[in-house]
Design a protein around this ligand. Structure first.
Ligand code: DC
Length: 228
């Protein structure tokens, strides 16, 4: 069974997907991390998004893996651990840009569908419920106020990169610009699926969000039963 969680940046998708998955014995996938890995590698190899042939060759050879090492989730390009590197503001910006490319999306959507075969999993991202898994058993769309999201993003950056300083207004401005880009792109834009349950996480604790999702899971199961 597949559960999808979509929504804009810093609405708590990853933290919640992780919590939910562990509470019901599912695995979880952060698909934003996949776009981030592609973006990082394209930056390093200087692959221009506009050059279709170069991009196709790059994508054909691109391999990333997600491993759980001593309980910690690690993101690898080849053998290299890029878990922290993919969380910088530069990579955030570039991930939003490269995710507009149909070729990049085609590659990652195929990978996501492959990972979903025969498993119970929570997938979080932007187009999980709308495009990648339109028949998912349960679809959640998370939201939160701009200020709360920017605060969460700032905290994440400060925790990951304690040697650097970050400015709240800049983080907020860049976050809103990426949201706009994700919402307005031509293919698979960030949008709530018609059959998704929307939860505003601004004033909710992690446990409260998880509880609400479990309620939605029961509701969705009842609806499926009634439709049979
Ligand atoms: O969730 P995140 O901030 O790590 O995602 C990084 C970027 O990747 C985001 O700006 C949009 C893109 N993305 C996407 O287009 N589709 C997904 N399923 C997940 C992320």
């Amino acid at each position: 069974m597949i559960i999808t969680i979509d929504g804009p940046t810093a609405t708590g998708k990853s933290t919640i997907a992780k919590k939910l998955a562990s509470s019901i014995g599912y695995i979880f996938y952060d698909t934003g991390a996949m776009y981030r890995m592609v973006a990082l590698e394209m930056m390093r190899k200087k692959v221009p998004l506009e050059d279709e042939e170069l991009l196709k060759t790059f994508l054909r050879d691109f391999e990333c893996t997600i491993k759980v090492i001593r309980g910690e989730r690690k993101y690898l390009i080849g053998e290299e651990d890029v878990t922290n590197l993919i969380r910088t503001e530069d990579v955030s910006k570039e991930a939003s840009r490269v995710s507009k490319s149909p070729l990049v999306r085609e590659k990652l959507v195929a990978l996501q569908r492959k990972l979903a075969q025969g498993v119970n999993a929570v997938f979080e991202g932007r187009d999980m419920g709308t495009v990648v898994f339109p028949d998912a058993a349960l679809k959640i769309f998370l939201t939160a106020s701009d200020d709360i999201r920017a605060k969460r993003r700032l905290l994440e950056l400060q925790e990951r990169f304690p040697d650097q300083t970050f400015d709240f207004e800049t983080v907020k401005k860049e976050m809103l610009a990426r949201d706009e880009q994700d919402r307005t792109r031509a293919i698979s834009p960030l949008v709530k699926a018609a059959d998704a349950f929307e939860i505003d996480t601004s004033d909710l604790s992690l446990d409260e969000v998880n509880f609400r999702i479990l309620e939605c899971k029961d509701l969705a199961a009842q609806k499926r039963k009634a439709a049979k």
